[in-house]
Structure formats: structure tokens, C-alpha cells
Design a protein around this ligand. Sequence first.
Ligand code: GLN
Length: 501
Amino acid sequence: MNGSDLTALSIAELQALLRRREISTREVLEKLRDRIAATEPQIDAYLSLDFDEALRQAERADVNLPLGGVPIAIKDIISVAGQPCTCASRILQNYRAPYDATIIRKLREAGAIPFGKTNMDEFAMGASTENSSVKLTRNPWDPSRVPGGSSGGSAAAVAAGTAFGALGTDTGGSIRQPAALSGVVGFKPSYGRVSRFGLVAFASSLDQAGPLTRTVRDAALLLNAIAGPDPRDSTCLNEVVPDYTADLGRDLRGVRLGLPKEYMIEGIAPEVRAAIDQAAAHFTSLGAEIIEVSLPHTEYAIASYYMIACAEASANLARFDGVRFGHRAENPSNLLDHYNRTRAEGFGPEVKRRIILGTYVLSSGYYEAYYARAQKVRTLIRRDFADAFAKVDALISPTSPVPAFPFGERSSDPLQMYLADIFTNAASLAGICGISLPCGFAKTEGGRQLPIGLQLLGKALDEGRILQIAHAYEQSTEWHKQRPPIGETSNAQRPTPNAQR
Ligand code: GLN
């Protein structure tokens, strides 16, 4: 098996080789390092790599553990002891995490090896990874386009074969949307299913970490490892973790799937709509029943999400004041000057925009009109889903209204970027779980294929059911077997995206 065949394996396939001793953990890491060296100049998915430490861990790896010897990439918002944790922000440029996030500790206990940190929108604010203060990450299917965001580095690495699996975070779509745009599987767990201890907080009532992988089974394997109670996070639910692989392989007879009529809006690309229609027909052929449902408050989801997310961000990001860690302005004339310049120099434009928006909606006189009202809408959205789940087992929709878009197309207009979240924000507000998986391709004028993502949403703590339904779809289609045309030609073009900062 050559290097790029090996690095294209699923986690489950890799484990089989490791357990049969057909390959060693060290060899896996070396092949991965070669693949990264060959393709990373075209993709730029990583902010930092630590193969020396990974190779040390490989010496002790127990391949019989659930994820024994499997290298996993980590979004740079999740603390890995001793490694940088920059959130792709200048304000954390030289910061290293002093401890492991709970999900990293759990990954290590399951035998996985975190070896690198992936690029992202600064503090996870964005949907294209263009808000990274460090660099642009390119979509492996078409390097002139974004990989999605904010977990764009994680999605691109998994798609490009430079990670067997990755962790991302999803506050309003940041696991599902980049998974859709990069043609991989992304799973957002229900709020509270996974510990947030050791994640840099963006919007604490919404943030959840979850896996990005090449198959649904791999997502279940990673979720098995990271889910579960944590005394260090009081919002983490005290619920036992089932084996999320247990129901994979069960058929779909009798399963009821809801198509929310409000999600079939104008503005969905025709190829995306066609792919979702085709997916619905495919589910019927697998024995599922498709039912039209209504989520009447859908049109208010983006507005209330951005009020709540920005409000929480403005409070959470107050800790970056240059006193105890992170960037500090030089020679301040007084304390106010120290704060002002530290934050002006450290934060990028989108982060500043959100701090200002969030501070405004929380300010006295406006709190009731904006923040309190957004919370009421959040309750209505939660009820919409509860009503829908009284009728169906899961909902299906596009993950993103459009496939991967070109650099610069949306980054100059924040509202356009916010609209990318139209199908993902509501589920985050409701705290339910969701997955995105490949369900087709659109074609660019240049003849390139762009992946399309299917979103399945399930009620809170019903991740096993969503994985079962997604797996049945995946295993009866071929979409997930396609690989992006990366690293196959020696003269792959290096694009010059027009970053708008
Ligand atoms: N695109 C959304 C935002 O910019 C979602 C981000 C996320 O889920 N972290 O807030």
C-alpha cells in the first residue's frame, strides 16, 4: 500500500491494520507526515504540528484501545497540553495550553494521538476560515474556494488525507458546514453531551465539540471517546454514553424523516436542492417514510443566533486583556491605554464587530429589546423542533444552501457570511444534535466537483439514532468514496486568493 492509499483509510480500516500488526503506529505517523509535507503547501490546513511528541506517544500506543494509535487533528480552539492554542488570533499568538481539555484527555485514554492544530476562523467566528488571522485554508476539491468554517482546517485536513479524523467545534454550524463544503462527515453533538472544559469559549450556551471524519462509523468511534459527564463542566450532562456504533447497520424500515417546508427556500443552489430531493427519494427506497413538517420560526433563527452568540462572545472575550496571558501592547501610558491598544492590536475585524454588537445588545436600555427578545425566540425555535420530533425521528435538509464559494465572495459582506448558517443556526439554538454527510456534487465552470452536504437533525441525546440513519444512507451510496484531486499531480496550481482583511 502506498502512502496516499494508507492516509485515505478510514479510522476503522486503519485500526484493523494496526491490530493485525500489518503496520506500526510509527509507520502510520511517518506516512501521515509525508502526506502533509506533500499536500499541505496546497491546502494550509494546519497552524502547528508536533510529530516529535506524537512519535514519542506512538512508542507507548496500545492498538487494542478503542482508538489505539490513531492520529487525530485538533481545531486550534481546544487545549492540548504544551501545544499552541491560538484560536487563529493575534491575541493568542504565543500562547500554549497549560493543560489538556477533557475531550483531549478522553481521546488520549482511548489511545488516540493528537498531533497537530488546525486553522479556523478567529475565535470560531465565521463560515469560511477566511477570518483566520494567520492564513487561508483552501478547499481540497478546488483550491480557489473556501473549505467552509469555522472548523475549515479540520475539514480540509480530513478531506485531503492529512488527518484520519479531527475534532472541531460547532456554535452555529462550524462542524457541519465545513464538513459539507469539504465533502466529509461532521457531527455536532447535543448541547451538554460533550464537555467544554478546556475549549476557548465563544458562546457558552451554544458551543459543542465534535468529530469530522471520512465515514459515519468513524464519527461514532470518536464520539464514543469524547462524550460523557465531566465534573469540570457543570453544563455537561450526567448521562451514560451508549455505544454509538451499536445501531450502525440497522435498516430504516419504519423510520420517519421530516422535511421542514421552511427550509426549501429560494436561494438554495439548484444542484443542492436536486441532491436533497434525490436523498429523500433514496431514503424512501431504503424503507423510510418522508413527511413534510413545519418549523414556523425558522426565519428568525439567524437573527436570534447572532444576538445571543455575540452577546455571549462579548462577555467571554473580556478575558483577553493582556494582563495574564496573550498579546500585550508595548509601553502603555496608563491602564486604559493598555487595554485599548492590546485589544485593538490583538483582535481581527470580525471579532471586534461581534464584541461591539454583543456589548450593544446587552447594554442597558437595549437589553430587553434585543437580547431578552432573542432568548424568547430561542424558546419558540426549541418548541418548533419539539413539535416536529413528536411526528418524526429525524429531520433532513441541506447543510448549506450553496457548495463551497470562492475566496472573497462573501468575506466583504458580513451579512452574506451570516446567511451561510441558514440551516445550521436553529439546531444550535435548540441544543439538538446534527450531522452533515456527503450526498452529491455540483460542478464548477472549470469542471471541478464540489461536494454537497446532507444535514440530519435529531432530538437532544438521540445521537445514536442520527448516526444509524446517516450510516444507512452512506453505506447504500457512493458519495463518501470520492476523493478530492489533491496530491496526485506534481504541478498542482497554487492559487493566490484575494484575502479581504
Ligand atoms: N458561522 C457561524 C458564526 O460565525 C457559526 C460559527 C460556529 O459555529 N463557531 O457564528
